[in-house]
Design a binder for this molecule. Sequence first.
Ligand SMILES: O=C(O)CCC(=O)C1=CC=C[C@@H](O)[C@@H]1C(=O)O
Ligand SMILES: [Mg+2]
Length: 317
Amino acid sequence: MLYQFEFRRYQRKFAPPLTTNHGIWEHRNSIILRLTDARGRVGWGEIAPISWFGSETLKQALDFCRQLSGKITSEAIFAIPDDLPACQFGFESALERVGEKMTNLPTLTYSGLLPAGEAAIHVWQSLWEQGYRTFKWKIGVEAVAKELEVFNLLIRSLPNSAKLRLDANGGLSYEEAELWLETCDKFKAQIEFIEQPLPVGDLAGMLRLSECYQSAIALDESVATLKQLESCFQQGWRGIFVIKVAIAGSPSRLRQFCQQHQLDLVFSSVFETAIGRQAALQLAAELSPQNRAVGFGTNHFFAPEKSNWLQSLWNEF
Ligand SMILES: O=C(O)CCC(=O)C1=CC=C[C@@H](O)[C@@H]1C(=O)O
Ligand SMILES: [Mg+2]
């Protein structure tokens, strides 16, 4: 089946910029795409790469879109190479939605992302009032002694019923990870997990840590693409897998892998727009364990989107 294909670049400003161990992130750039079939039915998709996470770069995704010169078949969509996982997601989710109405989002429990550093102590309350009961805080940004100090203030200010996730983005040394896990073991009831404590290359270290401490460890950057997910599973990881659907690759192959194995999954945003989010959350609703909030409480990192943002994007050319 042949589809007409159009795409537009889209950019949103983080307000304030997002600080993680990877650095400071000022703008979220992605590609919005539209497939149209022979009967004029339309399907929208989003390509939202994060190259430092292991997906293709935005330039590689744009080059791929440009060389299609305005048309693509469903066979070609399922043949998009594995080194373009964000393109696989964007095109395949658009294909799945040709002619479909945007259905309302499934009811899920969301985790609210807190800003790194001390700001977290002043932000969690407004998210709590919006109904969040799970929060994620970035560590590995400032010196570990300073962050442990802030952690002690944060964990004591949170209600006992709140759950806290810590995300190091691979920025801790083995000793710092041990220090954090010892600390978390003292707050077992409130700490849900530590995400990617060690760099991607040190799966052995994270396997060892998961044997020595009670607090759970989640892999994120280590399992960013479906290929990496399968590899960590084959190397014995049975802890938590963070799934960033929009950069993992083909949604149908991801669904197949997750349904084949009983995995402990946490679905996570890549700061996509409502288009990518809709597709990612539909998969999360199918595959997310009941007891895991989805990491899509991120909209407050952007200025609110204009309701007609998609039309104005599409008509601006
Ligand atoms: O997972 C969440 O709760 C929100 C999304 C999130 O934390 C991230 C999205 C993309 C890149 C990173 O900054 C960060 C992460 O590492 O998980
Ligand atoms: Mg993470």
